[in-house]
Design a protein around this ligand. Sequence first.
Ligand SMILES: [Zn+2]
Length: 253
Amino acid sequence: MNKFHEFDYYLKPMKIKKVLLVFLILILSNNLNFSQSLENKNILVVWGGWKGHQPKVFADNVIKWLISQNAKITESNNFEVYDNYDSLTKFDLIIQSVTLSDISNNQADNLVKAINNGVGIAGAHGGLADSYRTKTNYQFMIGGQFVAHPGGKVNFEVNMLNDPLTEGLNNFKIFTEQYYMHFDPNIEIIADTTFDNKFYSWIDGVVMPVAWKKKYGKGKVFYISIGHDPNEFIRYPDGWKLLTRGFVWACRN
Ligand SMILES: [Zn+2]
């Protein structure tokens, strides 16, 4: 009985105001995170690897957008940029489009350590989640690895899940590779897709992430699996919006 009375007492107007204020601060800080700008942020765009994914086209599209955001851009089409840990930590965000290829153990260690210490990393398709297949520390950081795209290019639907990054975005149908991933249970999935039985009966109904965000130490990782042709992000505006919101989210505050 007494406890109920006490509870009643504490829920009097002062307490309610306090609770509302906390909620308001939470909502505002969420929105601030989301409306964060890339202005004057140091952004490294690294591209290379398998040419079939047209990494230069991806980089050009992204750089054009980064210029419009007044970001400070460094572009690199080789991996020497991963040679030096100290110079990597000067970046706020690394956007990478490198399918397959390989980097040295030292380069992988520097990259992973830089993310662990607060540099963000973001990218799409094989350019982020099918790079340097032998570097498991890199895969551990990214949170997933491409393993198959049943049927090659197919029609499928991208479903947006509830998250600040997908707010106002619509589910959309797309014709491209539907990536089948091995992924870390620790990722936050923000968009997904469902496989059917057309190519492999045993994956019928499997729900697979299309986009995720995750932490790695002090750094943030954003990934989206569409983008076999980088211009898909131009043709499917909800995909582009999600990608660019991911860049902003992953960037160091
Ligand atoms: Zn592809």
